[in-house]
Design a protein around this ligand. Structure first.
Ligand SMILES: NC(=O)NCCC[C@H](N)C(=O)O
Length: 408
């Protein structure tokens, strides 16, 4: 059964044939990553844009060759921003949330953006505005006059190529996320406008919205089956957000029966659930060996009066997966293939962060050759591309893609 007719979002699993996906090709924002602010921008190194783009294009080409419709965030935003009223509304939001400073500066930025066509405007918004670009404005208020070495009036948004995180497709709806770090907050504004105004996406229901208090990021959300959604309680995703999202999903009549909240270590190496665990086939998963010990897992179901029943279990990942996915056996394929040094090295460059494009067929970075060989030995077909630069942002193929439609 292929349940996508009339639905612009249809994601009821992690591995069904990928039909449509959203990406962002790295742009000028990458050239605004500066050494002094690496930590704040959630990057570990300076990336080289031209090479990052080449790699990203290889990724997109693999998907296109496999028959996947590849949509780009900037193209969708251009269509939205062609309407002057929407453009005005967006820019006000964007500048306000960019915390540009004084009212005078906000006005100057609005004026500055006036010169751009929708195509250039979206590129510029993502790239950020350096102070020298507004050198013609005369500071009027004390706030604008006082010297401050920070180089931007509006920060770049360099993590946008990790399209997995700002929103997540779940069933026929989305979770419009609240990001844990300020540098990623405005990423969800693009999704807000696409899901509010784009003709193809505007009627999609939301199971969570960006005006909620608690953070949740898409890398923590895995739709394991039509019955089960797994969500990481992580460095980025709070249990309170999971509770709200679970209540909305389970009450949504999409058919989901259980949300499994996995408590994972709150550390950068584990950032999101999908950096330590992805699904590659009906009964096969990649994992980082660091999550093999029994985990605290909370199963969330709906009670008779539609209230949440939350049950704490402490089990190994394999036992949990067998039980909730009704499998007689599961095969966990280890990042680094059992070698502790390779596991650490390849986990650092997202060896367990695979993107499944159909059952048993995944897209991976070629640099993680130990893990990729282990996948191949387990009859998983691996389509590889380069990642000298993309991996500097600490995310892999799953992190870089948001499935919009998968076969049921
Ligand atoms: N799903 C993911 O794990 N995405 C990777 C996000 C990397 C980005 N530099 C971040 O720290 O948020």
């Amino acid at each position: 059964m292929f349940m996508v007719l009339n639905h612009s979002i249809s994601v009821f699993n992690e591995i069904g044939k990928l039909k449509s996906v959203l990406l962002h090709r790295p742009g000028e924002e990458i050239e605004n990553i500066v050494p002094d602010y690496l930590g704040r921008l959630l990057f570990d190194e300076i990336a080289y844009l031209e090479q990052a783009r080449r790699e990203h294009d290889q990724f997109a080409d693999i998907l296109k060759k496999e028959g996947v419709e590849v949509l780009y965030l900037t193209d969708l935003m251009v269509e939205v921003l062609k309407d002057q009223k929407i453009r005005d509304e967006f820019l006000k939001d964007f500048i306000r949330e960019g915390k540009a400073g004084t009212e005078g500066l906000k006005e100057a930025l609005l004026e500055f953006f006036d010169q751009y066509s929708p195509e250039d405007l979206i590129i510029k918004c993502i790239a950020g505005v350096r102070k020298e670009e507004l050198k013609d404005i005369r500071p009027k208020s004390l706030g604008d006059m006082v010297k401050n070495p920070y180089p931007f009036y509006l920060d770049p948004i360099p993590n946008l190529y990790f399209q997995r995180d700002p929103f997540a497709s779940i069933g026929h709806g989305i979770s419009l996320n609240v990001m844990a770090n300020e540098t990623r907050n405005r990423e969800t504004l693009f999704a807000k406008y696409i899901f509010k105004y784009h003709p193809r996406f505007k009627d999609v229901p939301k199971w969570y919205d960006r005006d909620n208090t608690y953070s949740i990021e898409g890398g923590d959300i895995l739709v394991l089956s039509k019955d089960v959604v797994a969500i990481g309680i992580s460095d980025r995703t709070s249990p309170m957000a999971i509770e709200t999202l679970s209540s909305n999903i389970l009450n949504s009549e999409q058919g989901f029966k259980t949300v499994l909240a996995f408590d994972i270590p709150k550390a950068r190496a584990f950032m999101h659930l999908d950096t330590v665990f992805t699904m590659v086939d009906y009964d096969q998963f990649t994992i980082y060996p660091g999550i093999e010990n029994p985990l605290d897992v909370y199963s969330i179901t709906l009670g008779k009066n539609k209230e949440l029943n939350i049950k704490h279990e402490q089990e190994r990942l394999s036992a949990i997966l067998k039980k909730y996915l009704k499998l007689s056996a599961v095969n966990l394929i280890r990042c680094g293939d059992g070698d502790a040094i390779a596991a650490g090295r390849e986990q650092w460059n997202d060896g367990s962060n695979t993107l499944a494009i159909s059952p048993g067929k995944v897209v991976c970075y070629n640099r993680n050759h130990v893990t990729n060989k282990a996948l191949a030995r387990n009859n998983v077909e691996v389509l590889e591309f380069e990642s000298y630069e993309l991996s500097r942002g600490r995310g892999g193929p799953r992190c870089m893609s948001m499935p919009l439609i998968r076969e049921f």
